[in-house]
Design a protein around this ligand. Structure first.
Ligand SMILES: *[C@@H]1O[C@H](CO)[C@@H](O)[C@H](O)[C@H]1NC(C)=O
Ligand SMILES: *[C@@H]1O[C@H](CO)[C@@H](O)[C@H](O)[C@H]1NC(C)=O
Length: 542
C-alpha cells in the first residue's frame, strides 16, 4: 500500500509540473485496488466489483476546487474504467473515464486520474463505465463540500449520510452483457439495494431532535425509484450542485443517475422507522427498506411500510416542476446562484434528441435521431487529438430527428465553445427516459406531455429552475434544457438506463475551440493510456 502511495504522489508531482493545475488548491490522494469478491445482497452469492475490498466503493470527500489524484489498480480479469457522474473536469475530458475519452485500464495495470472539482459543490457518484460492470458494483458516493467561507443555506446537519440506492440483478454481469449482445433485453431486476444491502440490511443511526442530511443517488440500471422515510418529512436542499428552494416532501422520485440532498429531522417518538425505496413506473413494484434507528430507541421498526406512488406519472411531473433553485443562496462561489441569468440568454440553436428502440439486424438496439451508437476501435478524444482519420466524423450525429430507418454509427455532434444551446429531449416511447450530459450542468427549463413545438417555450421556467447534469423525460413527453457549452472536450451524452446506453442510446458532443490554448483545454496527459489506432503515438515529453 505504501508503495502505491509513494508512487501516486510522484505521479501527481509529475502531472502537476506539466499540467498547470492550480497549486493553491489542495490535493487529495486515493489509491484504489479493484478486485472481484463475493457478496450476498439478495441472499445468493454473487461476484461483485470491490474497491479496496468495499461494496459500494469508498466515499470521495472533497472541497470545491480540490485536486483529486486517484490511482486505480485493475485486478479484474478484464479491462476497466471508472467515470465520474456529474464531475465536470473543466478543460479535461481526458479524465472522464468513458470509452470515448479513455483507453481501458488493462488487467494487472493501473491508471492515475487527475481531476479537479473546479467550481462545484454537491452530491454525485462514480461508477464503472465499461460493459455491464455497473451491475456488479464498483460505484461509490462523491460529496463536494463548500469552501469554509461560502455560506450554505441551511445549518450544518448533525451528520451527512450517503444513500446509494437502485435496482439490482442476481445474474452475473457477464451473463447480462451477453444477453444484450445477443439482441435481448435485460430481465426485470431481482430487487433493490440501499448501500449494497437488501431488506433492513442497512441502519442509519440518528439522535432524537437532531437534523441530518441524506444524499441519495439512484445508482441502478433500469428503474426510477421513490424514496421516503416512515413518519418523517424530507426537506429538499440540493440537486446535483444546485441549492434548491427548501420544499417539504413526503416522498421523492429519483430517476436513474440522479442525486438529491434532503434534510431529515428526527422529530418523532423514539423508535425505529423504515427508510423505503421502491421502483417507479414498473408493472411489478419492487421495494426495499433500511432502518432509521433513533439512538435512544428500544423499539424496532413496526407498522406497515409506508406506501408510495407507483405508476402515476402526473404526480411525478408535478413534483419535478416544484424543484427550483434558491436564487439568493450561494453555489460554489460566494455570489448568489441567481446572478447567472440563464433565461435572458438567447440560445444560438435548438438541438432535438428523439429516442427510439429499433431492431437492427434482428437485434434490439436503441437510437437517438435514428443513430444507434457504435463504439469505435480508438477513443474519440485520442483520435481527435492525434488526427487519426476514419474513427469518427463531426456531424455524424444529426441535431434533429430525421424519421428515417435506424442505423449503427459512431456518432459525434459538433458544437463550438461558448455556444449557448437549447436541447429538447423528445420521447415518443412509452417508458421514462433519463439523460445525462458529461462535463456540463444544464438548466431544465421545461417538461410536458406530448410533442414539443416552438410554442412550448411559452411555458418555460426562465427564472429559477435548477442547474443539474441528469434529467428525466416522461413517457410520450418532452424535456427542454438550456446549456452553456463552457467546457472544451469530447463529452458523453447518454441514457442512464444501462441497457439502452449499452445498446446505442448515447453519443458524444465535441465542444470545439480553435484557439489551441491551455486556457481552453489541457493537452493530452503524459500518462494517457494509448490503444487502438492511437497505440504507439507519443504524449508529451516532460
Ligand atoms: C502502474 O503503471 C505504470 C505505467 O504503466 C507502471 O510503470 C507501474 O509499474 C504500475 N505500477 C504497478 C504497481 O502496477
Ligand atoms: C434561500 O437562501 C437564503 C440565503 O441562504 C436563505 O436565507 C433563504 O431562507 C433560502 N430560501 C428558501 C426558500 O429556501
Amino acid at each position: 500500500m505504501r508503495d502505491f502511495n509513494v508512487l501516486s504522489s510522484l505521479i501527481a508531482l509529475l502531472l502537476f509540473l506539466v499540467h498547470g493545475v492550480n497549486c493553491e488548491d489542495p490535493y487529495r490522494f486515493f489509491t484504489w485496488k479493484v478486485t472481484y469478491g463475493d457478496i450476498y445482497p439478495l441472499g445468493v452469492k454473487q461476484q461483485a466489483i470491490l474497491i479496496n475490498g468495499q461494496f459500494p466503493g469508498p466515499q470521495i470527500d472533497a472541497i470545491t476546487n480540490d485536486n483529486l489524484i486517484i490511482s486505480v489498480y485493475n485486478y479484474l480479469r478484464e479491462p476497466f474504467l471508472i467515470s465520474w457522474n456529474g464531475i465536470q473536469q473543466r478543460r479535461n475530458s481526458w479524465q472522464d473515464g468513458v470509452y470515448g475519452t479513455n483507453c481501458p485500464i488493462l488487467p494487472g495495470r493501473n491508471f492515475t486520474y487527475v481531476l479537479q472539482v473546479k467550481d462545484q459543490i454537491g452530491s454525485y457518484f462514480y461508477f464503472p463505465s465499461l460493459g455491464l460492470h455497473k451491475a456488479a458494483g464498483g460505484f461509490g458516493g462523491i460529496r463536494i463540500w463548500s469552501r469554509p467561507r461560502i455560506p450554505v443555506p441551511f445549518p450544518p446537519p448533525a451528520r451527512d449520510f450517503t444513500v446509494l440506492a437502485g435496482d439490482w440483478f442476481k445474474t452475473d454481469h457477464h451473463v447480462l452483457r451477453r444477453r444484450l449482445e445477443n439482441g435481448h433485453s435485460l430481465p426485470f431486476p431481482d430487487g433493490l439495494l440501499i448501500n449494497g444491502r437488501g431488506w433492513n440490511g442497512y441502519t442509519f443511526t440518528v439522535d432524537q431532535g437532531k437534523t441530518y442530511r441524506f444524499r441519495i443517488s439512484n445508482v441502478g440500471l433500469a428503474t426510477s425509484i421513490n424514496f421516503r422515510i416512515q413518519g418523517h418529512k424530507l426537506k429538499l436542499v440540493e440537486v446535483e450542485g444546485s441549492h434548491t428552494l427548501q420544499n417539504i416532501y413526503t416522498s421523492l422520485d429519483i430517476h436513474l443517475g440522479q442525486s438529491y440532498s434532503v434534510l431529515v429531522t428526527a422529530d418523532q417518538p423514539s423508535q425505529d422507522y423504515y427508510i423505503v425505496v421502491s421502483s417507479r413506473f414498473t408493472r411489478q413494484v419492487l421495494a426495499t427498506t433500511a432502518i432509521l434507528h433513533y439512538s435512544n430507541s428500544h423499539k424496532g421498526v413496526s407498522g406497515p411500510i409506508p406506501a408510495g406512488p407507483t405508476t402515476n406519472i402526473v404526480s411525478s411531473l408535478y413534483q419535478a416542476r416544484t424543484i427550483r433553485s434558491n436564487l439568493t443562496a450561494s453555489g460554489p462561489r460566494p455570489n448568489p446562484q441567481g446572478s447567472y441569468h440563464y433565461g435572458m440568454i438567447k440560445p444560438s440553436r435548438t438541438i432535438m434528441l428523439a429516442n427510439s428502440a429499433p431492431y437492427i439486424n434482428g437485434k434490439q438496439r436503441y437510437a437517438v435521431n435514428s443513430v444507434s451508437y457504435l463504439p469505435p476501435d480508438t477513443p474519440l478524444k485520442l483520435a481527435d487529438y492525434f488526427n487519426i482519420p476514419g474513427v469518427f466524423y463531426v456531424g455524424s450525429m444529426p441535431s434533429y430527428p430525421s424519421g428515417g430507418n435506424a442505423y449503427l454509427q459512431t456518432s459525434v455532434l459538433g458544437a463550438n465553445f461558448r455556444e449557448f444551446v437549447e436541447i429538447v429531449f423528445q420521447n415518443w416511447e412509452n417508458t421514462v427516459q433519463s439523460w445525462h450530459i458529461d462535463g456540463h450542468s444544464f438548466f431544465v427549463v421545461g417538461m410536458n406531455g406530448g410533442q414539443w413545438t416552438p410554442g412550448s417555450r411559452a411555458g418555460y421556467n426562465l427564472r429559477d429552475t435548477v442547474a443539474r447534469c441528469t434529467t428525466q423525460v416522461y413517457p410520450r413527453s418532452w424535456t427542454a434544457i438550456y446549456m452553456a457549452l463552457d467546457n472544451v472536450g469530447m463529452w458523453n451524452i447518454r441514457s442512464e438506463n444501462w441497457e439502452r446506453q449499452y445498446l446505442g442510446l448515447q453519443f458524444y458532443l465535441r465542444v470545439y475551440s480553435s484557439s489551441n490554448s491551455w486556457r481552453d483545454e489541457y493537452p493530452v496527459p503524459r500518462n494517457a493510456l494509448l490503444c487502438g489506432r492511437a497505440r504507439g503515438r507519443h504524449t508529451r515529453p516532460l
